[in-house]
Design a protein around this ligand. Structure first.
Ligand code: ZN
Ligand code: ZN
Length: 376
């Protein structure tokens, strides 16, 4: 099979690799039908994730069809359409019992990190009963794919850790895929204002379209002053940091109001300063974390009911064979106006992708498909 293999900082290749096989009775082999690229993959390629060794297949997000299951797997069977959670969990260890799947002693974020991931034709999913979620009949698989990582991350690590409430003023620092996912998830709780800060005007426009009430371009470095002015000096109730940079962390600390919550999603490669001398009287809470993906079942229900449309985050489609090109586009996200890129596994000819790299149905094709479904 083909796989996107990490060969050390700055080096990757789309090349042949042995198809994975069942190693434990709790494993499943999934034929990946669609996968996507994540900022974390770029962090690995920059050499920022020491646990990912050369030779590893990248990718931790995907949907697919179960090909084969181990003897102990009961929740899924071969032929099932599934979401692959980015987090592996045994379901039985000390941390899994607390719902902290990301801290599972035999799991956590290992796919596309310490074991081969989803940017391949096939992937081995350990503890398949916990790591795979059935895609309900009729659900769009690309909407489902957004639940592998980014929507649960925005919700759990941003919105829920930030305790966003009705009437709150929320600031989201960073309008990349996860920041925009947090923007969608924040609206479950009806905050009064959602201020989104970024450096990229296209992403800010997208944020506005997805529900931001105010957007601030921080090219002038004045975001903190502007947020304080907008809030009459009080600051915000919730600040969600999605960049992982000392500067955005600094902005969060400057704009957080008394009793507020800072929720940090960003990935840090070094320490940042914490201004306790200013913050100590403010009764604030700071939360850090990694997604546990415990919210996937509930998010599936919100998609089914029409309250969440994560497909709004998808901007590009490519054949898996064009994955190197897709990485180039994703690496130039600002110029390419890229948010989430879908890679379609059409390598066995079952999912045709147009030559221009777009598998998206035209509006007419969608209407025809809808009419055909209604006639059946
Ligand atoms: Zn991801
Ligand atoms: Zn565990």
């Amino acid at each position: 099979m083909k796989a996107l293999i990490y060969h050390g900082p700055g080096q990757k290749a789309w090349e042949n690799k042995a198809k994975p096989r069942i190693l434990q009775p709790t494993d499943a082999i999934v034929r990946v039908t669609k996968t996507t690229l994540c900022g974390t993959d770029l962090a690995i390629l920059r050499g920022g994730v020491a646990t990912c060794l050369p030779g590893t297949t990248l990718g931790h997000e995907g949907v697919g069809i179960v090909e084969e299951i181990g003897d102990a797997v009961t929740a899924v069977k071969s032929g099932d359409a599934v979401i692959i959670s980015c987090i592996t969990s045994c379901g039985r260890c000390h941390y899994c019992h607390k719902g902290l799947y990301s801290n599972c002693v035999d799991g956590g974020w290992i796919l596309g990190n310490t074991i081969d991931g989803t940017q391949a034709e096939y992937v081995r999913v350990p503890y398949a009963d916990n790591g795979l979620h059935l895609i309900p009949d009729g659900m769009d698989d690309e909407a489902a794919l957004m639940l592998s990582d980014i929507i649960p991350t925005g919700l759990e690590v941003g919105v829920m850790n930030g305790e966003v409430k009705f009437g709150d003023t929320v600031a989201i620092l960073g309008a990349g895929p996860v920041g925009l996912a947090a923007l969608l998830a924040a609206q479950f709780y009806s905050p009064a204002e959602i201020i989104v800060v970024d450096l990229d005007e296209n992403r800010l426009e997208k944020a506005k379209a997805l529900g931001a009430t105010i957007t601030i371009n921080n090219q002038d470095g004045q975001a903190a002053a502007k947020v304080l002015e907008l809030t009459d000096g009080k600051g915000v109730d919730v600040a969600i940091e999605v960049v992982g940079h000392p500067a955005t962390c600094e902005v969060c600390q400057s704009i957080i109001g008394a009793g507020g919550h800072i929720a940090d999603i960003g990935i840090y490669s070094k320490g940042v300063e914490l201004h306790k001398e200013v913050l100590w009287t403010k009764n604030i809470t700071i939360r850090l974390g990694t997604v546990n993906t415990t919210s996937i079942p509930l998010l599936l229900r919100t998609i089914q009911s029409g309250k969440l449309d994560p497909k709004q985050l998808i901007t590009h489609h490519f054949s898996m064979n064009d994955i190197i090109h897709a990485y180039d586009v994703f690496s130039n996200a600002a110029e390419e106006q890229a948010i989430k890129l879908i890679l379609v596994n059409d390598l066995d000819g079952t999912t045709p992708v147009a030559a221009n790299g777009s598998a998206q149905e035209s509006l007419i094709e969608q209407i025809v498909a809808q009419v055909m479904r209604e006639m059946q």
